[in-house]
Ligand binder design. Structure first.
Ligand code: SRM
Ligand code: SF4
Length: 573
């Protein structure tokens, strides 16, 4: 590990250049720690294949170094050509799969150092960038994916792009290193970085735009959220919420998930000014001495929402108005076929954990390739890791259906409601922070849960179940109805009591359960629900009525002691 702090690395990096260029053209197998930190801003993580760690160690070999490359897609929007470019890049330079992320991006895993520059350059050639997809900047801005032809949905997509452009870091480091100096729109090498300053933000920063009643972006999990209000069919303005974030560390009581709090209401023309004000308050006051305490949620918690509102207000040219109420009905996507409102259709395709590949007779990749090549429909990626084709002529519907079913893809109507909603993070073997399996075991867990749901006649019941391989919360477990959070190989903490609308945090139910015990524990929760619920009551409402006391859980309600070192070692790593 580098002895320098991340703050020192950033400020000494010559505007995020460091020695990335030099290491890229050297024959080094991987980047040093300082460049590892800087690479994130450029949209890539240095990883190693954790499945190979033990065998390689025994043979005295170095780790199997490789890179994850993350594309930033504001609002999850991309063209068919951009989709096809990502597919080709994943085939030629990655592990032949594309992973839709929980923030509407794409990840390509398994890129080798020798192919990294070509990978990033090719993504940019397609008109998508990886710049700022990771690192201490504003990350991909998420927005409702449904391509409904009305004012709020159109505005949310446009706003996501505006926010994205506003918060590009201005340094031309990216262009120099990856694009042979070709300028990226929105970068112009202003040495002082007008928004970020020389040290960039204290930590990652996430922004979401939501349109009630569908909270499909999980707006309260973001550092900053804009909730649309519509009057006479037009967006009149947005309620601003701030201070959400889900990362925590087992055993560190001072870390915990938080839902964003209402800050105010602004008219549409003032959204960007408000976003800049909120981001710069975090830039100036966020805790740069401890990265585990550096997110906006801790600043707001430490100083109070009133202090924070005053700070934001002092940077605005207009008064913040009182926040307005929003009512939500689900965090889920619009899957299956729907009318857009302009004579065209869209089709939301459910994807198991957002992993696009051909496997076990379900050929997502081949299906999407055929549809994109033949019809060229534009695409939206969702934060539930699904994909929507849109602008479809009704006459093309049956051909699209034939391609989907011909490649073995499930129709949403054939899936339990639980499976349509469920999500697991990437986890092993690529994630360096995973303590337990997630994406790879979750389908099997859901198979068993599906059987229990059928037994209790709950197959159409909306219950939100999420899993992550560690407490960082990348699949947003802490507002789900039921969540499993990895704490060691084959071991999970069980949390219960969030909600289908994403507005309530969970409480810790059981410190440790083994993977094999999960279906049994779910069975007992569902048994109780079926026995004691009022007619028509959802699991979220039932749990809220019977188990949740008070407005918000206290930090200690989330915590289990840190796993022992030996509990963390995966298969002899
Ligand atoms: Fe995440 C770190 C994957 C959404 C909270 N996240 C990571 C890393 C990069 C691991 C690392 O630092 O070495 C993971 C890479 C795994 C891999 O091999 O691909 C990773 N996070 C992901 C993705 C791909 C999960 C997925 O299954 O789709 C999501 C990428 C989104 C994107 O396109 O930008 C992803 N991560 C999230 C979310 C959900 C969200 O943003 O809505 C969260 C919780 C919300 C939040 O940020 O608070 C999240 N990821 C974290 C954290 C904890 C941050 C904290 O404040 O403590 C980390 C660890 C860290 O930053 O130190 C982390
Ligand atoms: Fe990795 Fe943990 Fe995020 Fe899952 S939740 S992708 S295991 S950091």
């Amino acid at each position: 590990m580098s002895s320098k702090s991340v703050e020192e690395i950033k400020s000494q990096s010559r505007a995020l250049r460091g020695l990335i260029g030099e290491t890229l053209s050297s024959d080094a197998t991987h980047f040093a720690d300082e460049e590892f930190q800087l690479l994130k801003f450029h949209g890539t993580y240095q990883q190693d294949d954790r499945d190979q760690r033990v065998a390689r160690k025994q043979l005295g070999q170095d780790k199997a170094w490789m890179f994850m490359v993350r594309s930033k897609l504001p609002g999850g929007d991309l063209t068919a050509a951009q989709y096809l470019a990502h597919d080709r890049i994943a085939q030629e330079l990655g592990n032949k799969s594309l992973r839709i992320t929980t923030r509407q991006g794409f990840q390509i895993h398994g890129v080798l150092k020798g192919g990294l520059q070509e990978c990033i350059r090719s993504i940019n050639d397609s008109g998508v960038t990886t710049w700022g997809a990771c690192g201490d900047v504003v990350r991909n801005t998420i927005a409702p994916a449904s391509p409904i032809n009305d004012a709020p949905h159109g505005d949310a997509q446009q706003l996501a792009k505006e926010i994205s452009r506003t918060f590009f870091a201005r340094t031309t480091a990216y262009a120099e290193i990856w694009l042979n100096g070709e300028k990226l729109d929105g970068t112009d090498s202003q040495p002082d970085e007008p928004i970020y300053g020389g040290q960039y933000l204290p930590r990652k920063f996430k922004i979401a735009i939501a349109i009630p009643p569908r909270n499909d972006v999980d707006v309260y999990a973001n550092d900053l959220g804009f909730i649309a209000h519509v009057e006479n069919g037009q967006v009149s303005g947005y309620t601003v919420v701030a201070g959400g974030g889900f990362g925590m560390t087992h055993g560190k009581q001072e870390t915990h998930p938080a839902l964003a709090l209402p800050l105010g209401y602004v008219t549409r023309d003032r959204v960007i000014e408000t976003a800049v004000a909120v981001v710069t308050v975090q830039r100036d006051f966020g805790d740069r001495s401890d990265r585990k305490h550096a997110r906006l949620k801790y600043l707001i918690e430490d100083r109070g929402i009133e202090w924070f509102r005053r700070q934001v207000q002092s940077r605005l040219s207009f008064p913040l108005l009182p926040p307005r109420e929003a009512k939500w009905n689900t965090v889920g996507d619009m899957l299956g076929w729907h009318e857009q409102g302009d004579g065209k259709l869209f089709c939301g395709v459910w994807i198991q954990e957002g992993r696009i590949h051909d496997a076990h007779g379900v050929n997502y990749r081949s299906a999407f390739l055929e549809i994109s090549q033949r019809f060229g429909f534009p695409i939206r990626l969702t934060t539930n890791c699904n994909l929507i084709f849109y602008n479809i002529d009704p006459a093309q519907k049956s051909d699209v259906d034939k391609i989907l079913t011909g490649h073995g893809l499930s129709r949403p109507a054939d899936l339990t409601h639980v499976r349509q909603l469920a999500q697991a993070c990437v986890g092993l073997p690529t994630c360096g922070l995973a303590l337990a399996e997630s994406e790879r075991v979750f389908p099997g867990v859901l198979d068993q849960i599906d059987e229990i749901l059928a037994e209790f006649e709950l197959s159409n019941e909306p219950i939100l179940i999420r899993m992550t391989g560690c407490p960082n919360g990348c699949a947003r477990p802490y507002n789900a109805d039921i969540a499993f959070v990895g704490r060691g190989p084959g071991k999970y903490a069980l949390y219960v009591g969030g909600s289908i609308t994403g507005e309530r945090l969970v409480g810790l139910q059981q410190k440790t359960i083994a993977l094999e015990e999960i279906p049994g524990r779910v069975r007992s929760l569902l048994e109780e629900f079926v026995r004691d619920r009022f007619a028509g009551e959802t699991f979220s409402d039932y749990w809220g009525r019977t188990h949740v006391n008070g407005p918000a859980p206290r930090p200690e309600q989330f915590h289990i002691e840190a796993p022992r070192r030996d509990e963390l070692v995966l298969a002899g790593e």
